[in-house]
Design a protein around this ligand. Sequence first.
Ligand code: ATP
Ligand code: MG
Length: 340
Amino acid sequence: MAKTLILETIASEMPTGVIVLDKDGVALYANTFFLKSFPADGGVEGKHIRSIIENANLLKTIDSFLEKRGGSSTDIEMNDGSRHFNAHIVPLKDKGEFSLLLFLQDITEEKRVETIKKDFVANVSHELRTPLASIKGYSETLLDGGMDDKETLREFLRVIDRHATRMARLIDDLLVLSRLESHQMAIVSAPMDLSELITSSIKGFEKQARDKGISIASDTDELPKVSGDRDRLEQVMVNLLDNAIKYTPSGGEIKVRAEKTDGGVRVDVVDTGIGIPAGDLPRIFERFYRVDKARSRELGGTGLGLAIVKHIIQGHNGKLQVESAPGKGSCFSFFLKSAG
Ligand SMILES: Nc1ncnc2c1ncn2[C@@H]1O[C@H](COP(=O)(O)OP(=O)(O)OP(=O)(O)O)[C@@H](O)[C@H]1O
Ligand SMILES: [Mg+2]
């Protein structure tokens, strides 16, 4: 097979932009990926790099190569609106003729993941530091002579215990999330009865609701079996009911409705609570996102409950929706396909 054909195919199929410039910075050639990333009317050949890419930093580096007519290959990162590229610049000399080869790799996705990771570590550290600071503060006070009074001692120990419980919960939730994300906690679906799950989940919250003066009830049709992982779906119900109770003031109502729909079952967890402002709605399924951080933290929340719900429903290829009106209440719905 002809070598040129092989090289041409590589250049046109590679997922990296390639452009070759002559000694004056005028484009001699660009591959398909480059043209897709930096579209230019009528192609790039014969155009100066300045009219193709507008990145000041890149142009400065190219200029210095062209002036020197040489140098050693270098890499620079560049930002083009919302995209990030790594530019690998290689000077070429052939029989006294100078040209410059540019490889542009789109690293937008890597950058995005990097930012998510950085934010995540910052968030986790912050969330762990808050209860830890309290534990440290209270235990230091006790060690500094605060242990003489039995009542104070008991009170402080209770605070320490509460914060330690919070830290343990945060770590448990993080582990669940990370196992779900890395697919270590596989979703094992089998035909299951959602009305039984709903009834038993509600039972687990009856006391909590009664203590807060909230009514809790279910309203389910005759349901077909769905394909689901009971343990994981129980976690979904627990997280949604926990929120419904937490964010509904005394005197409110919680209802779990389930009905047969096209191809499956839809479950609604409806409350008459504080609701969620429209501006916050798109973000509540993000890790650590809370509408009112201070309030949620006071209630023992870490902001991971809904992120876990989202992962589990996604893992079932189901759908998740929320409707809410501040002061009126919220309705979290999920849809699962019927078994078989
Ligand atoms: N039923 C609801 N009514 C009003 N606001 C809600 C409701 N459910 C969730 N929210 C809002 O969404 C945020 C995120 O919920 P999520 O369950 O992920 O976290 P959390 O309840 O604060 O903490 P955690 O679930 O980890 O204990 C909550 O902090 C709250 O602001
Ligand atoms: Mg929650």
